[in-house]
Ligand binder design. Structure first.
Ligand SMILES: [Mg+2]
Ligand SMILES: [Zn+2]
Length: 188
């Protein structure tokens, strides 16, 4: 049986977005609701997979190793509070490199789907930007826009985009609660 997943963008969804990039663990600030939300989601059968653009690597602002260390610590901190993150996929490229993995391209989602045997059409994506929603919709994920991070300022972009969110939630916690309701509970 194929798996189902909840894909999460990182910056602006789990932690505070920084226009100048999260460059160190000190700059990684969890939203207060993020760990509780991930603890609720951890009770589900969904794989929990982070998909993140990290062009700071390609721009030479942050080392790949640093990004991976930040992601590792994020996972550890989430686990301490009863949550889990099963995998983190990131794109290290710059926007002008034309890679298939930088959102709005769905490359990260396709790679995760192949490696984890995920049915994307039965999966969810939660993000704070049109680029997240576009990536999700291009592969058939039910896509939820959160209004944290860049969410609110991105709203006007949807007026002219062919890619539309399926649902808006104020934040990750509301998005997770909503998925739980839509799935008629998590403990199956
Ligand atoms: Mg984001
Ligand atoms: Zn890429």
């Amino acid at each position: 049986m194929p798996e189902r997943a909840v894909f999460l963008d990182r910056d602006g969804v789990i932690n505070l977005n920084r226009p100048d990039y999260v460059k160190s663990w000190e700059e990684f600030i969890f939203y207060p609701f993020a760990k509780p939300a991930l603890a609720i989601l951890a009770k589900s059968n969904f794989l929990i997979i982070v998909v993140s653009n990290q062009s700071s690597i390609g721009r030479g602002i942050v080392k790949k190793e640093t990004v991976e260390e930040i992601n590792e610590r994020m996972k550890e901190e989430v686990e301490k509070e009863g949550g889990r993150i099963d995998a983190v996929y990131y794109c290290p490229h710059k926007p002008n490199e034309g890679c298939p993995c930088r959102k709005p391209n769905p490359g990260l989602l396709l790679k995760a789907a192949e490696e984890w045997n995920i049915d994307l059409g039965k999966s969810y994506l939660i993000g704070d930007a049109l680029s997240d929603i576009e990536a999700g919709k291009r592969v058939g994920c039910f896509s939820i826009l959160v209004l944290t991070g860049r969410g609110r300022e991105q709203l006007p972009l949807f007026l002219t985009s062919p890619y539309q969110y399926d649902k808006i939630a104020v934040d990750l916690l509301e998005a997770v609660e909503w998925i739980r309701k839509r799935e008629k509970g998590f403990s199956s």
